[in-house]
Design a protein around this ligand. Structure first.
Ligand code: NAD
Ligand code: IPM
Ligand code: MN
Length: 347
């Protein structure tokens, strides 16, 4: 486990949860006796304030040179009118890195039945992986922004659907062998292409995996009704954004959910799925587990350190099972005290 990490703390709770992830990274590196180098770079609103650009050239160069990028979160009301918003910087980063597959695991952790807004009999057994297409669709289509008319073009090509579908089917083979592809094929043309391509890839290469297609409105319902029925959920960019926030909270809090964004190689972008949470920034209430588990995904996917990643996950499980937690999951820890508890559990 050697290599370089570009760390982008960002805005709001971003620097707080990033510091927590670094605390845990230091502990796991000490335990494994290896070395990783990391440096911090301006990104998002913080970069607008410091350099007038949410994604400065020096940050771009560092991210493209590094083996992995670890990001906190970006955005906030003070930059909502900026000529180039922090969110535009994040989309430019994902696109520049070519990370088209965003893996968002959603798992019920120990004690999760009590944290979930669902009845415990329904929450029990939640263990899904949302594979969200990340560099296409409405987010990246041509935009017209007038004061009386606006439009966002949604485009997908066969290649864009194929490459993310391969990631989902391959992930399913290492899990429970089921893929639920989510679209709106009854109305939207890109969804009809999506469904056709996913079916083709399945028939050609993955007939050992069980595939079902579900319309996105019904999926929003089924996630609440029977969340433990799902294994891998494959969907386009906007639907994946929305469904992953919904799914995450079924396990207690969006603050628990990590993500890995991958392209063709080992380089990846790792970030919790939550935003900058301006309502709790600076209070020590931010849950760092999503950021900590994102660092674990980084060790696994970009540095091939599966045992170090598993050790972090086990430490998180132990700490949550002991009843520790930030206020969003009913605990009285701060961001820092919870991170230190995870680091201690690694010793
Ligand atoms: P948000 O995810 O920041 O917050 C939604 C709710 O979840 C808030 O009540 C917040 O307090 C809570 N929450 C979020 N993270 C938490 C954590 N770690 N621990 C405990 N509670 C947590 O979404 P929002 O309020 O809609 O967006 C705020 C800003 O963040 C916006 O500018 C948005 O564009 C940006 N955003 C950035 C990212 C990212 O950087 N990847 C993701 C989503 C939103
Ligand atoms: C996320 C966020 C981003 C997205 C925004 C901030 C651009 O909501 O990472 O989920 O929509 O992808
Ligand atoms: Mn989102």
């Amino acid at each position: 486990m050697t290599g370089t990490i570009a760390i982008l703390p960002g805005d709001g709770v971003g620097p707080e949860v990033t510091a927590a992830a670094v605390t845990v990274l230091r502990a796991v590196i000490a335990r494994e006796g290896r070395s990783l180098d990391w440096r911090f770079y301006d990104f998002g609103g913080a970069a607008i304030d410091a350099q007038g650009d949410p994604f400065p050239d020096a940050t771009r160069a560092a991210c493209l040179e590094a083996d992995a990028v670890l990001l906190g979160a970006i955005g906030g009301p003070q930059w909502d009118q900026a000529p180039k918003r922090p969110e535009a910087g994040l989309l430019a980063l994902r696109s520049a890195m070519g990370v088209f597959a965003n893996l968002r695991p959603v798992t019920l952790w120990p004690g999760g039945e009590a944290m979930s807004p669902l009845r415990d009999t329904i929450a029990r057994g939640i263990d899904m992986l949302i594979v969200r297409e990340l560099t296409g669709g409405l987010y990246f289509g041509e935009k017209v922004e007038g004061t009386s008319t606006a439009s966002d073009l949604c485009t997908y090509t066969r290649d864009e659907v194929e490459r993310v579908a391969h990631k989902a089917f391959q992930a399913a083979r290492l899990r429970r062998g089921r893929v639920t592809s989510v679209d709106k094929a009854n109305v939207i043309a890109t969804s009809r292409l999506w469904r056709a391509v996913v079916s083709d890839i399945h028939a050609r290469d993955y007939s050992d995996v069980v595939l079902e297609h579900v319309l996105v409105d019904a999926m929003a319902m089924k996630l609440i009704q029977q969340p433990s029925a799902f294994d891998v959920i494959l969907t386009e960019n906007l639907f994946g954004d929305i469904l992953s926030d919904e799914a995450s909270v079924l396990t207690g809090s969006i603050g628990l959910a990590p993500s890995a964004s991958l392209g063709e190689g080992h380089r990846g972008l790792y970030e919790p799925i939550h935003g900058s949470a301006p309502d709790i920034a600076g209070t020590g209430k931010a849950n760092p587990i999503g950021a900590i588990l994102s660092a674990a995904m980084m060790l696994q996917f970009s540095f091939g350190a599966a045992s170090a990643a598993a050790a972090i996950e086990q430490a998180v499980r132990d700490v949550l099972a002991a009843g520790r937690g930030t206020p969003d999951i009913g605990g009285s820890d701060t961001t820092d005290s919870l991170a230190l508890a995870v680091a201690d559990a690694l010793k």
